[in-house]
Each structure stands twice: as C-alpha cells, then as structure tokens.
Design a protein around this ligand. Structure first.
Ligand code: ARG
Length: 247
C-alpha cells in the first residue's frame, strides 16, 4: 500500500518534470531597433533576419522560443542572471565578449561602415579623428571610434540605438556615424530623401555575428550549432538571407 503510493508519487513527479522540460520556453533577448536584423513592426511583433534565422534553428533543434525586445545596454547581463537564455542581436563575436559568454558558430559576416551627410568632405576613416561621431553605446562601432579618437574623447556621441545616432546625423548634430554596414544601408534605403552617403574603409576588420548563451551552457550551444548547420545544409538559411539581402 505504502510502496504503491510512493511509486505513484515518484511516477507523477517524473511525469511532471518530463512535461515541464518539454514546456520550457527559451527566452530570447534582442535589441529590436536594428532593422533589417531585428525591429518591431506595426503589429508590435519582433521581426527580422535574426528572428527568422533563430526561429528556423529552434524548429530544427526542437526548442520553443520567445523573443523579447531587450535594450542593448545590459543585454549581455541578462544571460548571466538568467533573464534570457539566448541573445540574438547582430552581436559581433569578440575576444572580450567571449570571456563572459559563449557564442554559436558565426551566422553572418559584417563590417563597420561610415555614414556622412551629402556635403561632407570626409573620404576615409582617419578623417574622423577630430570630428563628432555618433555610435551606439558599447557596440563594435563605439570600439573602433575609441581606437581612433581615444577612449575619453568628448567627440564620441553615444546613443542607445543606432537609428537614433543616424537621426542625429540627419539633424546635423554629429558629423558622421560608424555602425554595422547592414543597418546603415537599410536606414539610408528607408530615408532616401536624406541623401546620406557611406564610406567603406579598408582598416575595418571583418566581423562575425554569433548567437550568445550563458557562459558554460554547452548543451544549449550544441543544439544551436547543430540547428544552424542544419538550416545551412537544407537551404533554409540561404532562403532567409536572400529574402533580406538579395541574391
Ligand atoms: N554588431 C555590433 C556589436 O556587436 C552591433 C550590434 C547591435 N545590435 C543591436 N541589435 N542593437 O557590437
């Protein structure tokens, strides 16, 4: 009698943990002010290239995911404190970041790009040495400008999002913006009247975006990498890439 009751209790406990595992919804953080990678549409849904890539990976890996718009500043801390399980946010894999979080295999190649107004005389990155530059705080764009001007330069104008920095360029509040190429190109395409120009500088290194997880979460990372390899192999990655970037 007693044994049977214990067995039944154990069974239901096992079933409970099995079902609660199956019901785990992975919380995915993304700073959705970064079209075409992540943005919020009219229906208030988080959409974009990263969202489709992550959803396709999740489907392959059998993971349930929920995208949560999360400010860039502090986004990495949400992995450490467990508020988010995954961050996909056009995040460049850097040696410094690798010390505090783990990254999937690269899923996208990017580069910094300079945006300037139609009448600017700037021709190369070095010309920005003493000019006012807009960047998104804590991005790789911020890092390259710090290298040029010095960490404490008062001419580095930091914004909480890249579109805000680009709007400030339209308003004449900064002389240039340095940010990821895909986002700069997208902004200009959507603000044609502005006649902003871009400058690609050979000093900018190639960057690779990765999906970030809490440091040491090898199990989840393995699933993401497997899913990423699967969507590359079956052509679904190429399809999403084509939808957003052509060819
Ligand atoms: N790739 C750049 C970096 O990692 C900028 C990423 C910003 N992403 C965003 N969704 N705001 O620093």
């Amino acid at each position: 009698m007693k044994a049977a009751w214990i067995a039944a209790a154990l069974m239901s406990g096992m079933m409970f943990s099995a079902s609660s595992q199956a019901a785990k919804v992975y919380q995915v953080g993304t700073d959705a002010a970064y079209a075409p990678f992540e943005s919020v549409n009219e229906k208030k849904e988080v959409v974009g290239f990263d969202i489709e890539v992550m959803s396709a990976i999740a489907a392959k890996a059998g993971l349930q995911v929920k995208f949560i718009n999360t400010p860039w500043e502090g986004i990495f801390a949400t992995l450490g404190n467990g508020e988010r399980d995954i961050v996909i946010s056009a995040v460049t894999i850097t040696p410094e970041r690798k010390q505090t979080m783990d990254f999937s295999d690269p899923y996208f190649e990017a580069k910094q790009l300079i945006a300037i107004g139609p009448n600017s005389k700037v021709a190369k990155f070095a010309d920005l040495k003493t000019l006012k530059i807009g960047v998104q705080t804590g991005t790789t764009g911020d890092e390259v400008v710090q290298k040029l001007q010095g960490k404490t330069s008062a001419n580095i104008k930091r914004f909480e999002s890249t579109p805000l920095a680009l709007k400030e360029l339209l308003n004449g509040g900064v002389d240039a913006v340095v940010a990821d190429n895909g986002v700069v190109v997208n902004f200009i395409a959507n603000n044609k009247g502005s006649k902003l120009k871009t400058i690609d500088d050979s000093s900018f290194a190639k960057e690779y975006y990765g999906i970030a997880v809490k440091k040491g979460n090898k199990e989840l990372l393995a699933k993401l990498n497997k899913g990423l390899a699967d969507i590359k192999a079956d052509g679904s990655y190429a399809k999403i890439h084509k939808k957003y970037f052509g060819q």
